[in-house]
Design a protein around this ligand. Structure first.
Ligand code: GLN
Length: 276
């Protein structure tokens, strides 16, 4: 059996549970071979698969019960950078690149940035990577997530410019000593408690990063009124929202005195709100 045969067989097996079965199989095999997917496709497809089959088939069987590819590989690409991920953080999503692009379009080069609910650190670190004189703080209520964020910070060579702190915006006084920021990024939990999620998300990603009450708005309700003390004069806050939440979150923001603009994701859905 060649590498190509093994990938084809695995892709067929995965096609009942994954919309990206072929890609999944290729990524898992490339990982087992220790090469990039593109190099594998160019140079390794006719190799004998036998020495790699046991490890590959183990990964494929985990993927077949919907374990995310990012968890199996331990990494996820986001905004052109590679982030370590574990089940302790949300897997950075392509949709959230909308926030980073909006931030890079608007933020001053030397921005002081706060990332609320930083998870893997993806939003903050992508912005810092592209703004060489910016600095930032990532907060999260999960100590395990903060460990991942700090590891990603180091791995991306940003250690001097970002700090990670344990804090919860649901607790009194959490922001007292943080100071004021030019840019606040926040991809809070925003999924309705009874929403039906794909098993890949529901069974493997942290519920605390996803669910936010019956209408998914609990965290926006908690955060938006606190923005006044977090933003420096002229500062900007960027929130990710669910595709149907534009009106509700815009309303909350206006109630707190903010002017709001919206950015769509690559699929054309409302995805980020900019509050000034
Ligand atoms: N967009 C995410 C989802 O699919 C939700 C992320 C969030 O709640 N911040 O499931």
């Amino acid at each position: 059996m060649t590498v190509a045969d093994a990938i084809r067989t695995a892709a067929e097996h995965l096609s009942t549970t994954s919309d990206t079965a072929r890609l999944d199989a290729e990524l898992l095999m490339a990982n087992v071979l220790g090469v990039s997917r593109s190099l594998m496709l160019l140079t390794r497809m006719r190799d004998e698969a036998e020495p790699h089959l046991a490890v590959f088939e183990n990964l494929v069987s985990r993927r077949a019960v919907c374990e995310p590819v990012a968890h199996l590989l331990g990494v996820q690409e986001f905004f052109g950078l590679e982030f370590a991920v574990t089940p302790d953080t949300l897997i950075p999503r392509g949709d959230s690149e909308t926030m980073v692009q909006a931030a890079l379009d608007a933020a001053p080069a030397d921005a002081r940035v706060l990332d609320m609910g930083t998870g893997s650190g993806a939003l903050l670190l992508a912005v810092l990577h592209h703004c060489p004189s910016a600095t930032g703080i990532g907060i999260d209520s999960s100590a395990a997530a903060l460990d991942i964020a700090a590891a990603n910070c180091k791995r991306l060579g940003l250690a001097g410019r970002a700090q990670f702190l344990r804090a919860s915006w649901l607790e009194e006084g959490w922001a007292d000593r943080l100071g004021a920021f030019d840019l606040v990024l926040c991809n809070p939990p925003y999924v309705e408690t009874d929403a039906v999620l794909d098993p890949d998300v529901r069974d493997y990603e942290p519920a605390a990063a996803l669910f936010a009450g019956p209408d998914g708005l609990d965290d926006y309700r908690a955060i938006v009124p606190q923005l006044g003390k977090l933003l420096a004069p002229g500062g900007l806050a960027i929130f990710e929202i669910g595709a149907t939440q534009e009106e509700a979150v815009t309303g909350l923001a206006r109630d707190s005195g903010f002017a709001v603009t919206m950015r769509r994701d690559l699929a054309g859905r409302p995805r980020a709100l900019l509050l000034r």
